[in-house]
Design a protein around this ligand. Structure first.
Ligand SMILES: [Zn+2]
Length: 373
């Protein structure tokens, strides 16, 4: 049976914790990583009622979107709902795992699911992150013996397996140049080529690959394990490039343009929301930006991307100003914009673990907001 740790690794392969925002606290909230998973209850939020539902339905793991522990806890006395949730989970051996802004910031996450529900095509990340990529340069011997055994390909294959060489939908990307490497092994060394205190000049290949920074340790481990040298020479350069598949929000296109009222009707139906708060916009809607949850911080990015409409939640009165006439800013509610996130969790878990345990959607609706209309 997979353990809680296996479950965390599976979800983090799609939504690495390194991609969460600095203020966030995604990951395992409480519970024993070594505990075997008997069943998973999926919910947007984890509350005492959700923990009780998990127990009632035979689940010992809750996977949720919003972290239960968001600010550090100084005591656990059950004084508020957060403490009550953690106490109930710990007492009953229920592990709680949250994938939050790390799942917002990746392809195949919260926003792709919302875009799918709205039928958007040609989607791309609205505000790609920078500072997540590095370039690794290393050198392998290319003289007689090494060429035949395909050493360069072996070293590259090891680094690919550890997460290097991926550019968008292209894998195993690298660049190589031939040259001459020089070195003098010092006293007490056991060089693979040459002898101590003898200057050497040999044919080498320079290999370059891109990697996500958070895979740095794993890629360097793989490089050292696959490389024949006692001292492996490499350079790691952090890049300013944005990562096209990592970042906040999404922008795409409707299959056909719609008038603004018809688009709002689409939102109400697909997102099961009785009311949409919006800014006036006269033109038809084709290009749509979106961000599940509280996405007012991306209004400027949506305008800059040329979106006709921007769909998100939690927009404050003053944040609606400036959008008028520029785009139709649509507040559909925080919960409503993220309500399909559970399908992302279900699909990842069933693809990774098959039917080894039950994956259930919570029956409890955790949305505290009601509508009277
Ligand atoms: Zn949210």
């Amino acid at each position: 049976m997979p353990t809680v740790q296996d479950l965390a690794r599976l979800l983090e392969a799609t939504a690495p914790l390194a991609y969460q925002e600095s203020y966030d606290n995604a990951g395992l909230q409480c519970g024993d990583p070594q505990q075997e998973v008997r069943g998973v209850l999926i919910s947007l939020d984890c509350t005492p009622v959700i923990v009780a539902e998990a127990l009632r339905r035979g689940c010992n793991v809750v996977v949720c979107h919003h972290p239960v522990i968001f600010r550090p806890l100084k005591r656990l006395t059950g004084a508020n709902e957060v403490e009550q949730t953690i106490i109930a989970a710990l007492k009953n051996d229920v592990a709680v795992y949250a994938a939050h802004t790390n799942l917002d910031n990746v392809r195949g996450g919260v926003n792709d699911k919302l875009a799918e529900k709205l039928g958007l095509l040609k989607t791309r990340i609205l505000a790609p992150q920078s500072g997540t990529l590095a370039r690794l340069t290393t050198y392998v011997p290319d003289g007689p013996g090494y060429q035949e055994q395909g050493l360069a390909d072996q070293v590259l294959a090891a680094m690919y397996a550890a997460g290097a060489g991926q550019v968008g939908k292209y894998s195993e990307c690298s660049f190589r140049t031939a040259g001459t490497g020089t070195f003098t092994p010092g006293a007490g060394t056991q060089p693979t080529i040459g002898a101590a205190n003898q200057p050497e000049a040999i044919s080498e290949l320079k290999l370059e690959v891109l990697l996500p920074l958070h895979r740095q340790a794993a890629v360097l481990r793989a490089l050292r394990a696959a490389h024949p040298y006692e001292e492996v020479a490499y350079e790691l350069m952090k890049l300013e490039n944005t990562h096209q598949d990592v970042g906040a929000g999404l922008v795409g296109e409707l299959p056909e343009e719609m008038n603004p009222a018809a688009f709002r009707q689409l939102l109400k139906e697909r997102l099961r929301v009785p009311v949409v708060r919006f800014t006036a916009f006269e033109k038809s809607i084709r290009k749509v930006a979106l961000c599940g949850g509280a996405g007012a911080f991306l209004i400027g990015a949506a305008r800059a991307a040329g979106a006709d409409a921007y769909v998100t939640g939690d927009v404050k009165y003053h944040e609606f100003f400036g959008a008028e006439g520029q785009l139709m800013l649509c507040d559909v509610g925080h919960f409503e914009s993220e309500q399909y996130t559970g399908e992302v969790f279900r699909d990842l878990l069933t693809a990774g673990f098959g039917r080894t345990f039950a994956v259930l959607f919570a029956e409890t609706n955790t949305n505290p907001v009601q509508y009277d209309c």
